[in-house]
Design a protein around this ligand. Structure first.
Ligand SMILES: [Fe+2]
Length: 164
């Protein structure tokens, strides 16, 4: 008996293969003061995204909660969470469990950190008392990218290459 054939499927989504750190500075989307993200995959099917997060000059990524899994890999520099006592250094892998709330800070002596994050679901931004003050999901990330890329002259469809 012959083994079953595994045949190519019509209509699958195209792959993505890009230089993660872009040559064009405009590809970085401003997120907060001294914080940017570079979209790599904006996944509207499973609801999540992959990006590089870049922080310069001891920037802070505001306190937030993850309802779903996040994994990360530190490409450059280092950072820590105010809520934990470990430091993520260059080459570190990080797992953030669903339900985790934290505030990412980069130390004063680190001029730049870049970390790859794969984020499922959403990010829910909280104030000091735990009240929700912001929300991000793949659709709001796409909106942020589209607005920024129009502003910097890359055009309204530039972000589409990262959307699946
Ligand atoms: Fe986080």
């Amino acid at each position: 008996m012959n083994p079953p054939l595994v045949v190519p499927s019509p209509g699958i989504q195209p792959e993505i293969a890009v230089a993660a750190i872009p040559d064009d500075e405009r590809v970085w989307v401003p997120q907060a003061k001294d914080v940017w993200f570079r979209p790599l995959l904006l996944n509207t099917v499973t609801g999540g995204w992959c990006n590089l997060l870049r922080v310069r000059k001891s920037g802070v990524l505001h306190r937030h909660r993850h309802p779903m899994i996040v994994v990360g890999y530190v490409v450059r520099g280092q950072w820590r969470y105010l809520e934990h006592d470990w430091v993520a250094t260059e080459g570190s892998f990080v797992y953030e469990p669903p339900g985790e709330t934290h505030t990412l800070v980069v130390p004063d002596d680190c001029p730049e950190m870049i970390t790859f994050f794969s984020i499922a679901g959403a990010m829910i931004y909280l104030d000091a008392e735990g009240r929700q003050i912001g929300y991000e999901d793949v659709f709001s990330k796409i909106d942020m990218c589209r607005k920024h890329y129009v502003e910097v002259g890359l055009g309204t469809t530039y972000v589409d290459q990262f959307v699946r």
